[in-house]
Design a protein around this ligand. Sequence first.
Ligand code: FES
Length: 383
Amino acid sequence: MSSGNEPGAPQPPTEAELAEMDRDQLVKLGTSLDGVEIVDYPKPWPVEGTRAEKRAERLVAMWFALSAVAGLAFVVALIWWPWQYEPPEQSSAHFWYSLYTPMLGLTLGTAITALAVGVLLYTKKFIPHETAVQERSDAGGAGSPEVDKKTIVAQLAHSGNDSTIARRSMIKRTAGLGAGVLGLGAVALPLAGFVRDPWKNSENKDSLWHTGWQPIDGETVYLRRHTGDPEEIVLVRPEDLDAGAMETVFPFRESERGDHHALSVALKRSDNPVMLFRLRPADADKVVKRKGQEDFNYGDYYAYTKICSHVGCPVSLYEQRTNLILCPCHQSQFDLLQYAKPVFGPAARALAQLPITVNDEGYLVARSDFVEPVGPGFWELKA
Ligand code: FES
């Protein structure tokens, strides 16, 4: 926009004249100062109240209303849809659980799309489609003069007024509702995580304070294999592993035998997978143990969480020759001979070690839960 000081251009009015002008005059002044000529300015609905106009208004309002309904559905789904894991065998519960993420995507996507379509349709059907011609100006400078600021505001208000938004209360209400509910969704998103207090019932076995390895009421927690069938219980004895071998194991309690749901959850819970290693005798002699965790191993057997301490990927690439455990996500490497401390990559903490032993029956069992955060963890926040 130019200030109109070129030779031959209309002179800007004085401040007193400017204050006297109404909006139409300011619009005309603004266009002439900018050297803009409006060639055509057709009103979208020259005759008010026609059926076509009302139909167009209802169409726009319908999209905004759809956006509001979808936005509300998003908030409801985010907070109340069943989100906790259910095993496939519980077919009905599993079905609803499996729809949680698609539901969030569907409702939020519909809310945003409907709002966008409403705005596009409103622009297309109610904003005048003027044809204007303007000389190109290369003038630059710091800030716009007062006259330019006032006239551009008038022009914007004029366009808004000519779009007849002032008398279209249905569109205004539904647009406000759609945008408002979407705003509510944006607020609910970060707040939803606080709806359930992770600190509450901290002794509960499902709380975030524990993993599935926590002994409950003194019951033994065995190391078991995952054979693909949750109900096929295969416990692990030391002699089951060759020297230099690694195996992924999960927690098992006798009280859960035959309980399909509990067994499935134990195999699925994200902080349960543990890597059980049997070191070769020559390597076992070189082990450096972590202070305070000198008795967490059983002979040559060491158990570490499979969850990377960086951002929680499964670290299951074990190179026997170098005794390094590699996380495929960001290439962190952990040295098995030095309490799985990181020796390369972005991980900053050692993998948590599970204290293990062998019980009277000769099976490998956990002596307690982990004593530090598993994965990126949140236990640190307690301090
Ligand atoms: S999650 Fe393992 S290195 Fe990033």
